[in-house]
Design a protein around this ligand. Structure first.
Ligand code: ZN
Length: 240
């Protein structure tokens, strides 16, 4: 069954982009998005995340990850209107800890209960919440700097996620988002040979054009894309 409409650009013209692990991929010819279609059901997706990214060996690498995040956050932290930081998909909280060390009021949310438990244990200076973005406590309000690293490619409904997420960014506030870059010159011409193609974990594969359009439809304007030697898309965007 062919897709009907592109979730990013409302385009209706697609070409097949191969199959991987039994999943079919399509390519939107208007914006360049590649995506798994049909999107696997909620139960199928929940099953693969029962132990995803929540093991304690992750914690051992924490210090290196904190330093890397500090470098990233320091580049942009003063371009937002204030000091409230939120990492959406924070895992065990290393970027939250990085933000806290830089003097930001640091918050993190993750769907993994176990990750949040580890985060609270390791980084008591941060504020953590377990659950989807829609469940973020209302009293947490809006943020000046929202971080979303390697999350969007996993989502069965990226528009629902961004409907909730963009409301949590203050007007004038910044979003720092990373995801694999399907338009990068190092991506193999036979798309499914790319090592980032592994459905059902990765469902969406953005190009810069697709990301610009996607953020625009959620009220965010791209400030810049960082230049990357490897096929990673790092976008900085500002909420209108
Ligand atoms: Zn499209």
């Amino acid at each position: 069954m062919n897709p009907e409409i592109c979730i990013v650009c409302d385009g209706e013209i697609f070409e097949p982009a191969g199959t991987h692990s039994g999943y079919s991929l399509f390519h939107c010819l208007q914006c360049g998005l590649r995506f798994t279609h049909p999107i696997p059901g909620a139960a199928e997706i929940a099953a693969i995340y029962t132990e995803y990214g929540t093991n304690r060996s992750y914690a051992a690498k924490a210090e290196r990850k904190i330093r890397r995040s500090m470098k990233r956050i320091r580049r942009y932290m003063n371009r937002g209107p204030g000091k409230r930081f939120l990492d959406v998909g924070c895992n065990v909280g290393t970027a939250v800890e990085a933000a806290r060390r830089l003097g930001l009021d640091a918050h993190g949310i993750d769907i993994g209960d176990q990750s949040i438990e580890i985060a609270r244990e390791m980084f008591p200076g941060g504020h953590f919440h377990a659950g989807p973005i829609e469940s973020l406590p209302p009293e947490w309000g809006q943020f000046d700097f929202v971080y979303s690293a390697e999350v969007i490619e996993h989502l069965p409904d990226a528009n629902a996620y961004f409907n909730a997420l963009s409301l949590r960014i203050k007007p004038g506030g910044l979003l720092f988002l990373t995801t694999p870059d399907a338009g990068h010159w190092r991506v193999p011409s036979e798309f499914t040979k790319w090592d980032q193609v592994f459905p059902p974990h990765h469902l969406l594969y953005f190009t810069k054009d697709a990301m610009r359009r996607f953020l625009d439809r959620h009220g965010l304007e791209v400030v810049k894309f960082e230049w990357k030697l490897k096929p990673g898309l790092h976008a900085i965007a500002r909420r209108r």
